[in-house]
Design a protein. Structure first.
Length: 166
């Protein structure tokens, strides 16, 4: 017999299912319009597959941006793989859905954050929408804002999402 409904776990499963569905659409049809994603994940998760130099550089968490250039997106039941460029060096990443800490699409001010469920009561919020004033990082170039940098962009971006956190 169960002690109660674990709403936190059920919410996390639903949120991961939403991310999977979005990425499956992108895998099939590409990114529509101005949509792009900031995905922060736990680099120490046992099933994350990234280059050693990336895990050394980002030992706790890493944020990748899927926007102008990414390749070979493959979405599975438990996670996704994608190739991104880091300094003109393509790197294949595998990110399990349960390693994702935040998923943000600033083009529509949408965001999900996965809170640790240890010590949480079942009704504490696991879903945290991005603030309505969510903006892309200010370090973006003027050419990028006008869309002219799309062909020029060669590097994957690693950004801090502190502006999206309370």
């Amino acid at each position: 017999m169960t002690t109660g409904i674990n709403y936190g776990s059920l919410m996390h499963q639903a949120m991961r299912g939403l991310i999977r569905a979005v990425l499956e659409d992108v895998q099939q049809d590409g990114l529509p319009g101005e949509h792009h994603f900031f995905i922060t994940f736990d680099t120490g998760h046992p099933d994350v597959e990234i280059a050693d130099w990336l895990s050394d550089r980002y030992p706790g968490e890493m944020t990748v941006v899927m926007q102008h250039w990414f390749d070979n997106l493959e979405v599975g039941d438990d996670g996704f793989a994608v190739t991104l460029n880091f300094g003109d060096a393509p790197e294949r990443l595998y990110i399990p859905f349960d390693a994702i800490l935040t998923f943000v699409d600033p083009s529509v001010e949408f965001g999900l954050r996965f809170e640790s469920m240890e010590g949480e009561s079942p009704d504490e919020g696991a879903l945290v929408p991005a603030p309505t004033s969510a903006k892309e990082p200010s370090a973006r170039s003027k050419a990028d804002k006008t869309g002219k940098a799309e062909a020029e962009r060669k590097d994957a971006e690693v950004v801090s999402l502190d502006t999206f956190r309370k």
